[in-house]
Write a protein that binds this ligand. Structure first.
Ligand code: BGC
Length: 402
């Protein structure tokens, strides 16, 4: 396997610290669960049996009038984290909520905050509440696979969302072309360094337990490896960051930079969160703005770093399309329409662990540099007011971002 798991000095995985009070979140979660239960009551009454110890009815038993005025079909969605990227709460959650409601579904969307135990508990709750479909954006393949198996045993179809669970059993997967994401990052860096032969590159990669991080890495190497081999660029060191932990990404980068005598010409950072941590270290060393850094997710922070000249590029992934395709698939599966679902998920992804193909919808990512930040705004992902304050106001007006 190409994936670098053994470089540098990064310690073992740790569970992400929850950013806010656990009690607060539990209260919010419980009240959401209550609201969800109340909303699902009408549907639950029509089900033959969906108590905690009884099998849910087969997926094909759903009614077809999904957009009727009554409560929608209950669907569970579990998101993985908040701290690794602003996308999960900022883009995925509201976009999934809107897309699912538009399809006559009643989504219960929860975030496991990087805690695998919480992920499992949330899944158990949703399964026993009788969700008709479970959408899984897992923290790692192991927990995602375990949850999918439990759902399957209860006759609940599952969709892997964004991250494919290796060794899993979900029949469907919705994501982006993640090798292409990596290729855009590699190409972005190569473009930025084209006038610096022999430029020294440090690679700060995502979590080794996230299949996407492997695909991003593979895509980057499709572009960068030939350049390293030709001596056009020089790889200083590459390091995978457990749990996509942004802070650890920063300290790891700092160690590598120090170990290289403070010299770096370009940085592959696998997403905007890691890029932000890298830029903080570059700034400390008076190098920000001089060293191109890659990113991903087109977050407000990432876009501001691009406008400021501290980050060279990000990858804009139209998450609205990811959410809409997931909602369409979930609506079809809730009705037992697997022929319709198969017609939608026409692409395929390799589960290299289970050695099987998973029916997929894989969307196109886009390279975003300073010149194209505007597109992310016009498409409604971030507001101009979020990224154009203070010192960035003149930059925005020059680029026509308003
Ligand atoms: C997602 C990225 C995200 C990263 C960290 C990946 O699986 O595809 O968009 O930045 O996880 O959350």
């Amino acid at each position: 396997m190409l994936w670098p798991t053994t470089f540098g000095t990064v310690s073992s995985p740790r569970v992400q610290a929850a950013p806010s009070s656990g009690i607060e979140r539990d209260i919010v979660m419980r009240s959401k669960t209550l609201a969800f239960l109340a909303a699902g009551l009408g549907t639950a009454l029509t089900l033959t049996a969906c108590g905690a110890n009884q099998a849910a009815p087969p997926a094909s038993g759903g009614s077809s009038d999904t957009a009727s005025s009554g409560p929608g079909i209950p669907v569970g969605v579990i998101l993985p984290e908040t701290a690794t990227s602003a996308r999960w709460e900022g883009f995925d959650k509201p976009m999934l909520e809107a897309a699912m409601k538009a399809k006559g579904l009643e989504p219960d969307i929860q975030n496991a905050q990087g805690d695998v135990q919480k992920f499992t508990t949330l899944a158990d709750g949703m399964i026993s509440q009788g969700v008709k479909v479970l959408v899984i954006a897992s923290i790692n393949s192991e927990v995602g696979t375990a949850v999918a198996a439990k759902a399957k045993a209860r006759g609940i179809p599952t969709i892997d969302y964004d991250r494919l669970n290796l060794g899993g059993s979900s029949d469907y997967y919705v994501s982006f072309d993640n090798v292409k994401v990596g290729e855009l990052q590699g190409q972005g860096l190569a473009d930025a360094l084209k006038d610096k032969p022999g430029a020294q590159v440090i690679e700060i990669e995502g979590a080794p337990t996230d299949n996407n991080a492997t695909l991003f890495y593979n895509g980057q190497q499709n572009v960068l490896k030939p350049l390293y081999e030709a001596g056009t660029l020089k790889l200083v060191q590459k390091q995978a960051i457990d749990g996509w932990d942004n802070q650890k990404g920063g300290t790891t980068f700092e160690q590598i930079l120090t170990g290289n005598g403070g010299k770096v010409d370009g940085v592959v950072a696998a997403n905007d969160g890691l890029a932000g941590a890298v830029i903080t270290v570059l700034r400390k060393n008076g190098l920000n703005g001089k060293v191109p850094v890659t990113g991903q997710d087109a977050t407000a922070d990432g876009l501001m770093a691009i406008l400021r000249g501290d980050q060279y590029m990000t990858v804009f992934k139209p998450i609205k399309e990811e959410a809409e395709n997931t909602a369409s698939l979930a609506a079809l599966l809730a009705k037992g329409d697997t022929a319709g679902a198969d017609a939608l998920a026409k692409q395929s992804s390799d589960d290299t662990k289970a050695n099987r193909k998973v029916k997929s919808v894989l969307l196109e990512p886009k390279l975003t540099t300073k010149d194209t930040v505007k597109e992310v705004v016009t498409q409604g992902y971030v507001k101009a007011s979020e990224i154009c304050g203070g010192d960035l106001a003149p930059v925005c007006s020059q680029l026509g971002i308003s």
